[in-house]
Write a protein that binds this ligand. Sequence first.
Ligand SMILES: NC(=O)c1ccc[n+]([C@@H]2O[C@H](COP(=O)([O-])OP(=O)(O)OC[C@H]3O[C@@H](n4cnc5c(N)ncnc54)[C@H](OP(=O)(O)O)[C@@H]3O)[C@@H](O)[C@H]2O)c1
Length: 250
Amino acid sequence: MTTTIALVTGANKGIGLETARQLGARGATVLAGARDEERGEEAERALQAAGADARFVPLDVTDPGSIQRAADWIDREYGRLDILVNNAGIARGNLPSETDLDAMREVYEVNVFGVIRVTNALLPLLRRAPAARIVNVSSEVGSITSMTDPSSPLAHMPGSVAYPSSKSALNMITAMYAKELRNTPIKVNAANPGYTKTDLNRNSGFRSVAEGAEASVYLATLPADGPSGILWGHLWSADGSADAYGVLPW
Ligand SMILES: NC(=O)c1ccc[n+]([C@@H]2O[C@H](COP(=O)([O-])OP(=O)(O)OC[C@H]3O[C@@H](n4cnc5c(N)ncnc54)[C@H](OP(=O)(O)O)[C@@H]3O)[C@@H](O)[C@H]2O)c1
């Protein structure tokens, strides 16, 4: 039996580290992408201590050289990639009228352009896998429908431009990659972790990282008849259960 090779970007902490742990627990070889060597090596040790076959890969999603070196290394070591989880992300927030364009560019460099850079560099390796899965870690705050539905809990969040719009862009990017790849075995989907307790929100989220990672792991391990081009994960609605999962509206 061949081993599944999975790369998770931003895997040194938060939802990414937990996604790598869960994929490792399912028997995948997990390549833990991290931009900082010390944090990456620490994550590798933590994942190995949890029983995973894990290796740290230096990877800054804003740096084309770093991405190419990671792709070349994966090519040399494994010759293919079965799972890519584009998890690395950052958040900055201001009211729309106070948007700082430099901060917004920073967010887009990671959450939007970073995903395209990494995906395109790794697509040749993903195409070599029998049935690759690409998971873009998005958010319900990128769902224009949810954010503007007066009955959604999300409608009560203060307005902000940089982060939510970066995830709306990522949703469309997901749909367009799924479209380009629809005649291949590769599936491309967006995951909604839900509001998860991590450094991204100063640990204010009400879900655990274990719950937050579930959507990514589910989409990363979809069977051949699974969907492509959807936003899937925790559903947070005024009338529904906070533990419900499903397809979210764009
Ligand atoms: N937490 C939530 O409630 C929530 C909800 C919906 C979606 N999400 C999404 O979930 C994903 C993971 O977020 P999280 O909550 O786990 O946040 P987190 O704990 O802050 O982790 C973010 C990860 O991304 C990495 N990263 C940032 N910039 C990077 C770059 N240029 N290159 C490579 N890695 C980079 C960070 O590395 P460093 O340690 O080096 O900074 C860290 O490993 C993000 O895409 C986020 O938007 C989170």
